[in-house]
Design a protein around this ligand. Structure first.
Ligand code: SPD
Length: 425
């Protein structure tokens, strides 16, 4: 490199005024432009001015992208500054031009910090860094890079040491981050799916509640769940003769096998029939009354999982459940995804009947708001508490040294805060 950095000063004219006044979308576009150019995001901050105009900056490991917009003139000024040769700022330039629907764009590239004019100064790097350990002996890390899951009002951030896997599959962006607090973490299209340190809450609760309520479950179907956690928990139950799991995205399975070995530990189990295909198609083609339990371990209702949140799909699930059959689904956060949460329970009650559908909760620190819900719907009327054998549940939790589920929690999980109860009654 003949210089320390490349600075591209950009003008976009004749842009869409609406787009240039939409702070949430501008931030998304800037982050996307940085990622697609090969940059590692450290953090971002954006501000909407009243009545119009947006300013913001995305700090990347290789420097920064900054913007200010004048929607009233359809004009945006952008700085793309990159160091090193791993990021191509012209990729960002082109993507932003498209994102802002610019009629015309112009740019000049400046070299910053000409090497011919620089003289390296030696100093003691160690003296500038804190090399000590914490009281627990953990090294103090100076790296300050964050993963953030956000909607337009709430964000959840986790500090990480980098990405271990990052692939655009046919369906979604599949990534594994090495987080400092929760171990390796799977995200799909920027949404947290599971982490090594708190996965047990979700996976124990989505499986053992129905398994310890159903009188004699022999065949279980999991839709989604490619990380393997749900299958791992189901296969603790010897009564099951077969678990069929249908995951649409083989990259989720690949990433989990490579980087979430404790979660994916049962993916080679002899009783597991793992099918890489569309779960909706599988359910449509399955025979009537062929499963005792169906678990929908889906992502959130955007992208490939959207079809899993429709009436038609759930009618088909009902059809393939045996007479005593139970369906359990992850049903989003009452606080974060209120609209979807309400719709889910309305839909299921329309199919199974008002009294056959129950909601239960669990506390998952890495999901938005921490409060997560599951739905329990029974075809034959099995009640999740009346039909539950407390002694069996206690023995099971003890034998398998479960970390979240136990006989008390089985009952307590169905006790809903009043605001949640009101949302679905
Ligand atoms: N917003 C998080 C929803 C995640 C649901 N599925 C998680 C998959 C874990 N097996």
């Amino acid at each position: 490199m003949a210089s320390l950095g490349r600075h591209i000063i950009v003008e976009y004219y004749d842009c869409s005024p609406e787009i240039l006044n939409d702070v949430v979308n501008i931030e998304k576009s800037m982050i996307n432009a940085a990622e697609e150019a090969g940059a590692t995001i450290i953090n971002s901050t954006f501000h909407h001015f009243s009545p119009y105009g947006v300013s913001g900056v995305v700090v990347i490991q290789e420097s920064h992208l900054a913007i200010h917009t004048w929607p009233e003139y359809g004009y945006a000024s952008v700085d793309l500054f990159t160091c090193g040769d791993t990021v191509n700022p012209w990729v960002s330039y082109q993507l932003l031009k498209e994102a802002f629907k610019a009629g015309h764009g112009s740019a000049v590239e400046l070299s910053r910090g000409e090497m011919a004019l620089l003289k390296r100064k030696n100093f003691d790097v160690k003296a500038l860094r804190d090399e000590k350990s914490t009281d627990e002996g953990d090294p103090i890390r100076t790296r300050d890079v964050w993963f953030t899951e956000r909607d337009d009002k709430i964000a959840l951030s986790l500090k990480h040491d980098g990405k271990l896997y990052d692939v655009q599959s046919d369906y979604q962006r599949v990534s594994i981050f090495n987080t400092q607090a929760y171990g390796n973490m799977l995200t799909l299209d920027g949404m947290v799916m599971t982490t090594e340190k708190d996965e047990y809450v979700y996976h124990e609760m989505i499986t053992h509640i129905p398994m310890l309520t159903h009188p004699n479950p022999k065949r279980a179907l999991v839709i989604g769940g490619g990380d393997g956690g749900t299958a791992r928990e189901l296969l603790r139950h010897d009564s099951l003769e077969e678990v069929v799991m249908v995951e649409i995205d083989d990259k989720v399975i690949e990433a989990s096998k490579m980087h979430l070995p404790t979660i994916a530990s049962a993916l080679e189990h002899p009783k597991l029939n793992l099918i890489v295909d569309d779960g909706i198609k599988y359910v449509n083609d399955a025979a009537d009354e062929s499963f005792d339990l169906v678990i929908v371990d889906s992502t959130d209702p955007v992208g490939p999982a959207e079809g899993l949140f429709t009436v038609d799909f759930y009618k088909e699930v009902y059809r393939i459940l045996s007479k005593d059959g139970i369906m359990v689904t992850q049903s989003e956060s009452p606080r974060f995804n209120s609209k979807v949460f309400k719709e889910i329970f309305q839909t299921y009650r329309g199919i199974y009947g008002q009294e056959q559908v129950h909601c239960y909760l669990a506390y998952i620190p890495t999901y938005p708001t921490g409060m997560w819900s599951f739905s329990y719907s029974s075809k034959g009327g099995a009640h999740p508490i009346a039909n539950f054998d407390e002694a069996r549940s206690k023995a099971f939790a003890k034998e398998h040294r479960l970390k979240y589920y136990n006989e008390d929690l089985h009952k307590a999980a169905f006790a809903l805060p009043s605001f949640v109860r009101d949302m679905i009654s």
